[in-house]
Design a protein around this ligand. Sequence first.
Ligand SMILES: [Zn+2]
Length: 441
Amino acid sequence: MTTPSPTELIVRNGRVIDPSQNIDRACDVLVRQGRIVAVGDNLPAPASDARIVDATGCVVAPGFIDLHCHLREPGKEYAETIESGGRAAAAGGFTSVLSMPNTRPVNDNAAVTRFIIETARKLSPVNVFPVGAITEGSKGEQLAPFAEMQEAGAVALTDDGLPVMDAGLMRHAMSYAAGLGLTVIDHAEDLNLTGTGQMHEGYTAVRLGLAGISGASEEIMVGRNILLAAATGAHYHVAHLSTAGALEMVREAKRRGLNVTCEVTPHHFSLIDEDVKDYDTNYKMKPPLRSRADREALLAGFADGTVDAIGTDHAPHAGSEKMQEFAQAPFGIIGLETALGLALDRLVQTGRITLGRLVELMAVNPARIAGLDKTGRGTLKPGSVADITIFDPERNWTYDVNQTFSRSKNSPFHGTSMRGGPVATIVAGNLVWNVERKSSV
Ligand SMILES: [Zn+2]
């Protein structure tokens, strides 16, 4: 995928922000053979064939990691492939993504896990870390072979797209996962409470005549899973947390010292249920866009440290699938290319969080949650993998979904202007995307 790289690369003149080492200052980053060699001033002169990346005016950070994306391969390659999703990730400033197992077939065994890893190695410009299913076929009946998938390269477990409805089975899953050191990610939704719900339960749903999905549908499962995490010692990670009530339970669990973390998507901190207008299916996702009060709570959670990570929940669907009546259209939107811009525009530019906190949310914490810190990611420490995200917090740009690298265009952010966005993406010392070239190299 990537062109043979020079043995050395140096990123000059950027503002290096690496919370893992308490670094926030103007300096250079030297890379040799895919690893970070040094971060500092007056670095030894690089080799004559070294690639020089000028990061003037930009932030240089440990590579961003998306804990939650759907690459649709194997099985739904018309909507996304590991290659197209990988390119969209690179263009969004991500150096690594975790791919959810709800493919066809489901990633519930070592063969599928290996297929994803091998395909990504050949075709994706970014690292793809597969997440294995909790249950066979994600049917919620029998546990999948965790150890075998872990051995093949799976970094966490989830039945995302669906919850694990059976509490007894989830308890077994957490016990088993805890022994293996694998994080259990749950799509927290009580399907009986959701019923035929299409969007957040509230005034807007009533006005549009759409069935509602209550906050309780999410909260009851987050509460259950926290109790099971306490009973088993498992690391429970809440996928796409969306309500004030769920956030409060996570805050309380952390206060009790439980190993509970959570992610929030860019659409949940940017939009609310009132934004669902004209039955536009690009505003239909699970969990649904919540109330103004829920969003305000999420923003407070970003500021006070309760929210651990930003996860995109990039969920490509073909135009033909989304161009149906609201009630028939599938849930989900793409998000890899807009996540960083929205985070800068809605969280940093508004003064809710600092740039250092943003790097924690997009690199340091995701690495820890997925165990990728053990592989030298989420940091720019000498010796770690040279995965680097370079972004300009001031660059004004407008998202044009027609230019997307994704095979799908289901985004509510087409035409949205943002202050701040990605500039260059370096994976293992290779420049795989930069904003001028607008393509992977
Ligand atoms: Zn989900």
